[in-house]
Design a protein around this ligand. Structure first.
Ligand code: GMT
Length: 375
């Protein structure tokens, strides 16, 4: 099929899912066209099945804010027309579902038909989308998509609670390329470069936004390292990075905490990891946790949103109430203090990711695309 993928090109989870999906579909012979403002960060090859179309914005003195939706919908029209796309798969409702709807109407006027599949990722519903500033437009775009999917059962429930949704929302969990992680396991992971032989390694990957509760990450680690010699690896950049550094200095643990910044090769850093910390205020799914699990890492997280669908309490890690730093630290210690227990949790985590393998999830998306034309 000829499929357009509209997404954010950044390190955020929705962009990562969209990019990995597009690359996997191209591998299977579909013709994939990414339409976004920059080349997606995880897009690491351009083949004859894979194209990138950049949305450019024009400066104009009158604009306080440049109208991205307008530029995006014009670009979508151009690409659908020139490459005869059959389906537009838009990731993250704001403003992608809205721009896709507008493009669809413009194309209709020209006698061209294209189907729109919208995938809801979380904050487009929970934190931003339901805000009165955007709510009507988000609800309208969801209701006018041909197919709507969400990345967890919890997100479907939340969407139906916050909006009046007419369509059935199909839950398609996020996925992981387990073969890519198998290759990482075969590489020699040089732990000694990061920590002393007796030290455990804890990690956290995020965009350091307030929703990730980066201070909880550091406070949990602070409690853990009092009992177990360990290092904390922090991967990512974002608004709370400075706050994180301040807290690390205040707690006098700067020798134990390593800031890595953004990385497009998270899997290689995760190969060092024993325990992954994700104390988020909410996560529709928690792709970062799934990636850590695929790298054979136990997960200590909150029990919010879709996290219980990914991290299984007492099996792949532990779930705690939001803000319960002590419980998260105690759980981490209980895993880290014993080699055998740690190995069991790590192995369970890796095993559980098979449920979310690319081979299982990709055909579901393909059947969704085909179903658009049977409706
Ligand atoms: O929260 C982020 O880090 C970014 C955000 C995004 O939209 O890129 O992530 C959301 O989508 C991911 C992929 O589906 C999910 O794994 C994350 O849980 C979700 N984030 C939140 O719900 C806070």
């Amino acid at each position: 099929m000829k499929i357009g993928i509209v997404c954010y090109p950044t390190f955020g989870g929705s962009g990562v899912v969209a990019t990995e999906l597009g690359m996997a579909l191209a591998d299977k012979g579909h013709e994939i066209h990414f339409i976004t403002y920059n080349q997606p960060v995880r897009l690491d090859f351009i083949s004859h099945h894979l194209h990138f179309h950049q949305v450019l914005l024009e400066e104009y003195p009158l604009f306080q804010y440049q109208p991205y939706e307008l530029a995006l919908s014009s670009k979508i029209v151009e690409v659908v027309e020139n490459y005869h796309l059959e389906v537009l798969h838009v990731h993250y409702a704001i403003p992608h579902a809205y721009a896709a709807y507008m493009a669809k109407q413009m194309l209709h006027e020209k006698g061209i038909s294209v189907k729109v599949v919208t995938t809801l990722h979380g904050t487009d519903i929970t934190l931003v989308g339901s805000h009165p500033t955007y709510k009507s437009a988000v609800e309208f775009s969801i209701n006018n998509s041909d197919v709507v999917t969400s990345v967890s059962n919890d997100l479907r429930k939340t969407t139906n609670k916050l909006f009046t949704i007419k369509n059935d929302i199909h839950v398609i969990h996020n996925f992981i390329d387990t073969q890519k992680y198998d290759k990482v396991h075969q590489l020699k992971c040089n732990r000694i470069a990061i920590a002393k032989p007796n030290e455990r390694i804890l990690t956290h990957v995020s965009n350091f936004r307030p929703v990730k509760r980066i201070e909880d990450v550091i406070n949990v680690f602070y409690e853990v390292q009092k009992k177990i010699p360990s290092k904390l690896l922090l991967i990512g950049e974002g608004p709370d990075r400075a706050k994180a550094e301040q807290l690390v200095n205040k707690l006098q643990i700067s020798k134990e905490v390593l800031f890595f910044g953004n990385s497009s090769d998270v899997s290689k850093i995760l190969c060092y990891s024993d325990v992954f910390l994700l104390p988020s205020q909410t996560e529709s799914f928690g792709l970062a946790a799934l990636e850590a699990m695929a790298a054979k890492t136990a997960v200590i997280s909150t029990n919010t949103g879709g996290l219980p669908e990914v991290n299984i309490h007492g099996v792949t890690g532990y779930l705690s109430d939001l803000g319960d730093v002590q419980d998260m630290a105690d759980n981490a210690v209980s895993i880290l203090e014993n080699d055998e227990i740690l190995e069991t949790f790590k192995e369970n985590a890796r095993e559980h990711t098979k449920k979310f393998s690319l081979e299982n999830i990709l055909p579901v998306y393909e059947s969704i695309y085909k179903s658009c034309y049977n409706n």
